[in-house]
Ligand binder design. Sequence first.
Ligand SMILES: Cc1cc2nc3c(=O)[nH]c(=O)nc-3n(C[C@H](O)[C@H](O)[C@H](O)COP(=O)(O)OP(=O)(O)OC[C@H]3O[C@@H](n4cnc5c(N)ncnc54)[C@H](O)[C@@H]3O)c2cc1C
Ligand code: SF4
Length: 491
Amino acid sequence: MRNLVIVLGDQLNDNSAVYDGFDRNKDAVWMAEVAEESTHVWSNKSRIALFLSAMRHYEQRITQRGFCVAYRRLEDRSNSHSLRGELLRSIEQYKPSTLVVVEPGDYRVREELRLAASQAGIPLDIRPDRHFLSTVDDFRAHAEGRVQLRMEYFYREMRRRHGVLMDGARPIGGEWNLDKENREHFPAEGPIGIASPIPFKPDRTTREIIDLVDTRFGRHPGLLAGFDWPVTPVEAEAALVDFIEHRLPWFGPYQDAMWTEEPWLFHSRLAAALNLKLLDPRRVIAAAEAAYHSGAAPLASVEGFIRQILGWREFVRGIYWTQMPAYLERNELGAAAPLPRFFWTGKTDMNCLHQTITQSLDFGYAHHIQRLMVTGLYCLLAGIDPKQVHEWYLAMYVDAVEWVELPNTLGMSQYADGGIMGSKPYVASGKYIDRMSNYCKGCQYKPDSCPITEMYWGFLDKHQDKLAKNPRMLMQIKNLKARNANSALQR
Ligand SMILES: Cc1cc2nc3c(=O)[nH]c(=O)nc-3n(C[C@H](O)[C@H](O)[C@H](O)COP(=O)(O)OP(=O)(O)OC[C@H]3O[C@@H](n4cnc5c(N)ncnc54)[C@H](O)[C@@H]3O)c2cc1C
Ligand code: SF4
């Protein structure tokens, strides 16, 4: 055999660079389901099922294209359940001259593949990932000479380079970023008339996987009863069309809002399909832009949505690959408390956390503000060890792959990177949650004196020397000082 072409569970695009120069007579595709990938963090059953089902559908597609596929199944008796173990076994069996792979999405996996190749004494050809609109070298060039990295400037470069929402050299509408129009909360009666996202009924392959996951990973967190994620490119495209038509117009104003028993609201649910590469981000951006030009969706929603994909998604990938492996060890605030057990059960009397965690367990999904300003906020305020927080997020969500999860968790949400990802710690009191959701209405606490609010003041007090140096924290530190002075007067 000439090339053994490795396809990982988050590399399921049919036009991947691994197929450049592929010769059906000399090369074979290699894929493996190994338990290690579901147990190195205690993965949610939905996440495990999604990856396995999408991989099996991919195998069916490329087999139909006439490719030779060496596919290791989870239930194969001699499966060693380690990626490196399985790869070494296949190298022994097929004796390829070279291993070919596209840049993995996870530093740990890249190192495992390198180790396997060097153990076997054959070259590993790592090819660029064409799925993304920018390369890690593009990001390095952007970062070069900058004292501080900010997503906004990277995003503007990407808009210009790819001609997205541009009117000549200027942004359409005159402004690059319409975020200030996008912070609405729902009226007292809540969100009304949102079309439910299109569900994808499990086919035979997915049903087999659901049974397998239930048997093999029965003690893992999560529920599979309502599993309805897209697992093929055709389904992912249908999910995109459904979102553009039914929810994109309101995505912008309500992207930060939360509501009890409404997990999806106006969000796209596309992150998992994007991250498994079932969906091309160019197609997603083009569909959103077309909705603006046809008048189907307003600029604030379309720009807000495109910014997440063309801006944040590409930016975090650059951060990950330019900062790893040291990034994983960052702990700017010296946080060391253990993750509370209720993160695995949802059993807590703080209703915001109860709602967000229960929903995350049930669906493997929470939207950005639930992740950032409920669970992430609690961990930051409570001083939880950022590595434990990272492992929880990596385990919990169907869209979790380390290149995107880690900078969002350790950087944006825990400020453990000291401000590489975000310009300040995202901290707020219970009043923010009260404004953006109805969680506090169903809570035994009152937002102005609840545990979140008490921890918020405690956090500011503890870190005030460090935070006072950050201009974006000045208002919060000023309020802390006023509060402390007031309490001293009352004593
Ligand atoms: C602590 C924390 C952990 C996160 N972990 C992940 C993760 O493991 N995987 C992941 O894809 N996203 C992660 N995010 C970003 C974001 O929360 C999810 O992409 C989003 O909630 C997925 O739901 P959706 O597809 O409905 O997204 P929408 O709200 O509809 O957003 C549209 C798309 O934009 C992209 N996007 C939005 N925000 C971000 C962001 N901050 N970084 C990168 N891409 C973004 C996603 O591809 C998403 O599908 C995390 C955010 C936080 C605060
Ligand atoms: S009162 Fe506090 S603890 Fe309760 S839901 Fe609101 S923010 Fe959360």
